[in-house]
Write a new protein. Sequence first.
Length: 255
Amino acid sequence: MKPFNQPFGRHIVWRLPVAYVESDLDGKLTFVNEAACHMQGQPAEQLVGRDIWEFLPHDEVAHSREEFAKALGSGEDPPVIRRPIFGGSGHFRSYELHRRLMRDDAGLIVGMCMALFDVSEAEHAHWEASQAKNWLECVVHAIPKAVLVTDALGFVRYVNPAAEELTCRKEQDMTGRQVERCLPILRTHCAVQAPLSFRMALHEPWSGQVDIGNAQDEVLTVNLSASPILDKESGHTAGVVILFERVETPCGAAG
């Protein structure tokens, strides 16, 4: 990629709505656009000539320098990366860096240009979602009853250890498979309502005693409850949560 040497080309780059910078082979800024100036809260004349590593955390500078030198030596455009960059706000924010090598008319590498996209909010939202997911999995993992969660199409999405123990199936062998294959219902006891259908449980809760078959061809009688999982925002059914635990004597047995 050739640098923008023409005045009109420079004007276009200067007005880009995303931060754009160029550096020479030593990593010193040779051009910054208007968005980059706003990002740093400084005019271009105070930014040009400074090392690009001035804006990184100290513990990332050495690795970044090595990567920069490696990219220049390889002659290939480096991959997209994420870096925390210190800005005019006085804080580090997370940016996605799209980088390209710059070449002169003879094809020689003269530096590197970068477009920077602020992904701080998206990264924080992803972190919060990951934390919430991890917390929820820990809670379900600790429930003594067997728990199995499916999506709206009936594919298993989560299994806790108690469910693994009762079904004699590992989580990795059930996740992504149809629930009927992982938790086959052989018979329904106390038929005061329709026999259980996991598709039926998408619309209303179901509970009762059923016989299930496990991976060792054993027949187990369990108390089972199945309820639809409703999305709070849309109200749509997102899946089904199933809880079950083994019972020794089915209802209706002689006693």
